[in-house]
Design a protein. Structure first.
Length: 294
């Protein structure tokens, strides 16, 4: 079948050399057949290749079973816990139809697990034994390696979703908003831009010309833009939920400082209809929080 998709070119480029004599690098003597990846398989349809092997690498023997089992992973992908999560899962649920079965590398499994297992734990689901990374081949054997840059690279931080669902707050009353600003370490009015809409992980940028510091707390005013950009880079879920599919928006965000990062606890959309929010921001300049009043 015709192979396509930019990630697939990178994936094939990352395939390690043949030549290991281990079990994983040898042919797996089993009866399998190539089948088109159906539209109903949302996890892997249009991933970059059009045919998959049945039975797959998780021993699902029918397409009905594959679709049913793979669909349970869609909520995790929606959490955007790692950009290679879909590639890892599809290498198992819908193995590419080549002349031999190719498993994901152990390092790819470990990288995805490191980012996604904590998100699963938020909802009470452990990393399943069927995805035990020790079952997968070492990187020196033939296997599918990570496509994204390493999470320890200084040039690319891997998104880490928060257990806490970060959503836009309703601007209830000016007083409640002022109390929220007092309760948090920092509060800033910012403009967020969506960098792309084509990849699994959406990238967001802070407009540095549209940063208005309401409260800097333990942070230096000069470091706030960089710290908030870091937040946008590593907490993809929160930023995605705040943006709600828009390409740009202005928000009042407040949160706390945790060692080397900032965490946003509250976010309000800066819109004309949010009169309570506008009133709260105007009053903030002269507002004294309880600890200040005391």
């Amino acid at each position: 079948s015709r192979l396509g998709g930019p990630w697939l070119l990178g994936l094939l480029a990352c395939l390690l050399l043949w030549g290991s004599s281990g079990t994983w690098a040898s042919y797996l003597r089993r009866s399998s057949s190539c089948m088109p990846i159906p539209h109903r398989m949302a996890l892997c349809y249009d991933i970059g290749y059009s045919e998959m092997r049945i039975p797959n690498l998780l021993e699902h023997e029918t397409m009905t079973e594959v679709i049913q089992q793979s669909s349970s992973w869609l909520p995790l992908l929606a959490r955007e816990c790692h950009p290679d999560a879909r590639i890892f899962l599809c290498s198992l649920f819908a193995p590419i139809c080549l002349d031999r079965l190719i498993y994901p590398c152990r390092s790819l499994c470990e990288t995805v697990k490191r980012s996604c297992a904590p998100v699963m734990a938020c909802y009470g689901y452990p990393w399943p034994e069927i995805l035990n990374c020790n079952k997968f081949p070492e990187d020196h054997e033939l296997c599918i390696a990570a496509v994204s840059m390493d999470e320890n690279s200084s040039s690319r931080r891997m998104p880490r979703a928060s257990c806490k669902d970060c959503e836009l707050e309703e601007a209830s009353t000016a007083r409640e908003i002022l109390e929220s600003l007092c309760a948090n370490d920092f509060a800033v009015k910012i403009r967020i831009l969506r960098r792309n809409t084509t990849t699994t992980i959406s990238d967001f940028d802070l407009d540095p010309s549209k940063v208005e510091v309401l409260k800097h707390g333990p942070l230096l005013r000069t470091e706030i833009p960089a710290r908030l950009q870091q937040w946008l880079d590593i907490d993809a879920t929160c930023a995605h939920n705040i943006m709600r599919g828009t390409h740009a928006g202005v928000f009042i965000v407040s949160g706390e400082v945790q060692s080397d990062k900032v965490v946003v606890n509250k976010a309000y959309a800066w819109q004309k209809r949010n009169r309570n929010l506008h009133q709260a921001v105007r009053r903030w300049k002269h507002h004294r929080c309880p600890e200040q009043a005391g």
